[in-house]
Design a protein around this ligand. Structure first.
Ligand code: NAD
Length: 261
């Protein structure tokens, strides 16, 4: 990608696929990228949610198309990328935000099924989408993967688990990010990861909805509060833009200081 920095339209002319765009961080990224001039394909397994994000962007004068896809299924992940390329006329940016937590697994699933589900969405889905996307990024590009602080550091013991696939998957996302950064740098494709701490989205609602848990989570972040989806989206905007043109293979905490304690 050519050097084009700053200004109010930092992604002007860029074509971006955002997975998990129906909710939380992915929805905030899609809206922010569109505000900064990108044409956006917003993918989600929840068709209604994807359509709502695209509709909101279009109503605000932005360019967005919805895509329905389960990124953990190879055929759907590839069709998702191909659909974005067809709708946008190419692809410059991917943000992999589709993700799940074991907290929302159906209660009758055993630990192996939960492991497979979390790994399939959070790690394999990121891999499948990115692997297909780099084939389409003929003029260079930028991929931003949603990892987590729990890809960087261990979880506190009060979480009460020692068998949770979430941290393993998020650490895997960082490994994948580095390997893809190394492998595709020569083609002008940058690959970075974001590592948010606790952000107020539907994903964390079961925890943040409980005042005692919420207070505990806030206390772990030196800024003394939870993050917002928009604050994570700003970091994605930076990494996706040419302002980050010499940054690749990085795992950037967006954590209110969580990992500095
Ligand atoms: N919220 C946080 O505190 C936090 C912290 C660190 C990392 N993250 C990561 O950020 C990403 C976004 O999280 P969020 O808080 O916005 O969550 P969210 O639940 O608000 O949104 C996730 C979206 O992903 C979609 N999705 C789930 N499985 C999918 C699949 N198989 N295929 C396609 N779409 C799928 C959901 O339908 C949903 O719209 C996730 O990867 C999450 O692990 C979140």
């Amino acid at each position: 990608m050519g050097a084009k920095r700053g200004g109010g339209a930092r992604l002007q002319g860029r074509r971006a696929l955002i997975t998990g765009a129906g909710s939380g961080i992915g929805a905030a990224v899609a809206a922010m990228f569109a505000r900064h001039g990108a044409a956006v394909a917003g993918a989600d397994r929840d068709a209604e949610a994807a359509a709502q994000t695209a509709g909101t962007i279009a109503a605000g004068g932005g360019r967005a198309v919805p895509i329905t896809a389960d990124v953990s299924v190879r055929r759907e992940a590839e069709a998702c990328v191909d659909g974005a390329v067809a709708a946008l006329g190419g692809l410059d940016i991917v943000v992999n935000s589709a993700g799940v937590t074991p907290r929302y697994a159906p209660s009758d699933w055993d630990y192996e099924r939960i492991w497979d589900w979390v790994m399939a969405v959070n790690l394999k889905g990121t891999y499948l989408v990115s692997r297909r996307a780099v084939q389409a990024m003929t003029g260079g590009g930028a991929i931003v993967n949603l990892s987590s602080i729990y890809g960087l550091v261990g979880r506190p013991m009060f979480f009460g688990t020692g068998d949770d696939p979430y941290p393993a998957g998020k650490a895997g996302v960082i490994g994948l990010t580095r390997d893809m950064a190394n492998g595709f740098g020569a083609r002008g494709i940058r690959v970075n990861a974001l590592c948010p701490a606790f952000v107020l989205t539907p994903l964390t609602r079961t925890l943040t909805g409980d005042p005692a848990w919420r207070a505990r989570m806030e206390a772990m972040q030196p800024l003394g509060r939870l993050g917002t989806a928009e604050e994570v989206a700003y970091a994605a905007l930076f990494l996706a833009s040419d302002e980050a043109s010499f940054i690749t293979g990085a795992a950037l905490p967006v954590d209110g200081g969580y990992t500095s304690v």
